[in-house]
Design a protein around this ligand. Structure first.
Ligand code: FAD
Ligand code: SF4
Length: 478
């Protein structure tokens, strides 16, 4: 008998849209067992080829069917240090689930029938976390360290690299420019998608392994790479991310109440503006909030904005404006569905031409134009072109621009020997992730790529392996 996919439990849209608590509730043990039992245990498991870090998906699902949940957790951890995080944020519908044999060939993303690999990963990850299986291989002070590595940035790349190095008996110090750790996992992705206790658990586990964290320190400003080497670090890993927002470059974009999504989300998620005045940082909210863009950042910004409207008893009206159609939206399908269920509106095939302000310099409306799709462009997506004569206006109290992020060049600009490409991304040897500077490695968004959490972690793991080989090779007598 053909088994139906096991639907994941979620909080009701009208309840959850008023708070920042987690939306997806996860599988119970029975649900995980039922979903795992649907896996065909293919001889040639296509799903693995869809995973950017090559998790042995077939084996971990098999272990779940055998109720060996810790075994499943350990199998995932061979390739991915943070299963509870990736099980919540991975765009599985474009990756492992899309490659699953149960998705029909040629589909733009995973079909409903594909195994819910991400939810099973989350189940195994949460089980491992609750059972506290982390056995630090190098508890601080238990053994003298012979090598020391500085990790710059505490996003998924930095955290993943730190964990790998600490497990190999290397002393790791992570330097983070912000006052809190986690990178985008803390300041970008809202808690209703990634509860902060999960992130805190992973960071605490690293601390238990002896990793040291220094916050409020910007490498490139407070100290430079040379100084790190002089302080005795044997190697440096750069996980700087891509934190500089792109803008539309249109008239009126510098009016008040126009935010970059980065600033808006940082105010809300990092500085807890949704608790203002209890928290110190405010964020302006009004009727008619328009978010420009179609990626995860746009969905997160729109869903946060809608929640803030509801919390502040403002008639909820948050609209996503995207110049292509829904099929081309790069956001996770789940997030698009959740945004719609919660009441976010979608104005597709449209783009802003100009922001118009009031006499005090605050945005009040947008002049926009309708688009149609032409031939695919360099990104492989159909190119939007303006339809002449289709201009229209929309009221807009707050605009949030979520059209992309670029490399932060603060460190690279003061380190000329560190080679970058035309986008400002750090150039690395793809085999080792070593940069143009000897013993300086990099990974995650600062080197470009798909810009996903799992990819950032995969690059960091590769870099950590190369660092360990380099540092311990130098100890071996020749
Ligand atoms: P980051 O997470 O950006 O971390 C870099 C860290 O380095 C930051 O904390 C920064 O403060 C610090 N830093 C930078 N320069 C310095 C310096 N000179 N000195 C000290 N510290 C420094 N991906 C997914 O897979 N799924 C999703 O659902 C998803 N949603 C997203 C939602 C949003 C709003 C955004 C913005 C991104 C999202 N992404 C998602 C992308 C994903 O978060 C990134 O690809 C990932 O975080 C990159 O990790 P990283 O470690 O390279 O960089
Ligand atoms: Fe096959 Fe899909 Fe199971 Fe992978 S997850 S082994 S592709 S059925």
């Amino acid at each position: 008998m053909k088994k139906e996919p096991v639907k994941i439990k979620e909080r009701q849209a009208k309840v959850r849209a008023k708070d920042f608590d987690e939306v997806v509730l996860g599988y119970s043990e029975k649900e995980a067992l039922d979903e795992a039992a649907r896996c065909l245990q293919c001889k040639n498991p296509l799903c693995i080829s869809g995973c950017p870090v090559g998790i042995d998906i077939k084996t971990f699902i098999y272990k779940i069917t055998q109720k060996d949940y810790i075994g499943a957790y350990k199998t995932i951890q061979e390739k991915n240090n943070f299963p509870s995080i990736c099980g919540r944020v991975c765009p599985a519908e474009y990756q492992c689930r899309k490659a699953c044999v149960l998705t029909r060939e040629g589909e733009p993303y995973a079909s409903q029938l594909a195994i819910s690999i991400h939810f099973l990963e989350r189940f195994a990850g949460d089980f491992g976390m609750k059972s506290n299986t982390i056995k630090p291989s190098h508890v601080s002070g238990s053994m003298p360290y012979v090598k020391k590595v500085a990790v710059v940035g505490s996003g998924p790349a930095g955290l993943s690299c730190a964990g790998e190095l600490a497990r190999s008996g290397i002393k790791v110090v992570v330097f983070e420019g912000l006052h809190k750790l986690g990178g985008v996992l803390r300041y970008g992705i809202p808690p209703f998608r990634l509860p902060r206790d999960i992130l805190d658990y992973e960071i605490d586990s690293l601390k238990k392994m002896g990793v040291e964290f220094v916050t409020n320190l910007i490498v490139g400003k407070n100290k430079d790479i040379d100084e790190l080497f002089k302080e005795g670090f044997n190697a440096v890993f750069l996980g700087l991310g891509a934190g500089i927002p792109s803008f539309l470059g249109i008239k009126g974009e510098n009016l008040c109440n126009i935010y970059s999504a980065n600033e808006f989300l940082t105010r809300v998620n990092l500085m807890s503006a949704y608790k203002f005045p209890e928290a110190h940082t405010p964020v302006n909210i009004g009727k008619n909030i328009i978010v420009v863009g179609g990626g995860n950042t746009a969905m997160d910004a729109a869903r946060c904005a809608l929640r803030l409207q509801k919390i502040n008893n403002i008639a909820a009206e948050a609209t996503i404006m995207y110049r292509r159609s829904e099929v081309e939206m790069p956001a996770r399908r789940l997030e698009i569905e959740h945004a719609k269920e919660e009441g976010v509106k979608f104005k597709l095939l449209a783009k802003p031409l100009e922001f118009i302000g009031d006499e005090k310099g605050f945005v009040k409306k947008m002049r926009c134009i309708q688009c149609k799709l032409g031939e695919p462009d360099a990104s492989g997506r159909r190119k939007p072109t303006e339809i002449p004569g289709s201009e229209f206006e929309m009221s807009c109290a707050i605009a949030i621009i979520a059209i992309g992020l670029n490399a932060n060049e603060l460190l690279t600009k003061v380190t000329p020997a560190l080679k970058t490409d035309k986008h400002g991304d750090v150039i690395v040897n793809p085999e080792t992730m070593e940069t143009s500077l000897k013993n300086v490695f990099a990974g995650g968004d600062i080197v470009g790529g798909e810009g996903t959490v799992i990819e950032a972690m995969g690059m960091a793991k590769k870099a950590a392996k190369a660092i360990v080989e380099r540092l311990f090779d130098s100890l071996t007598p020749h």
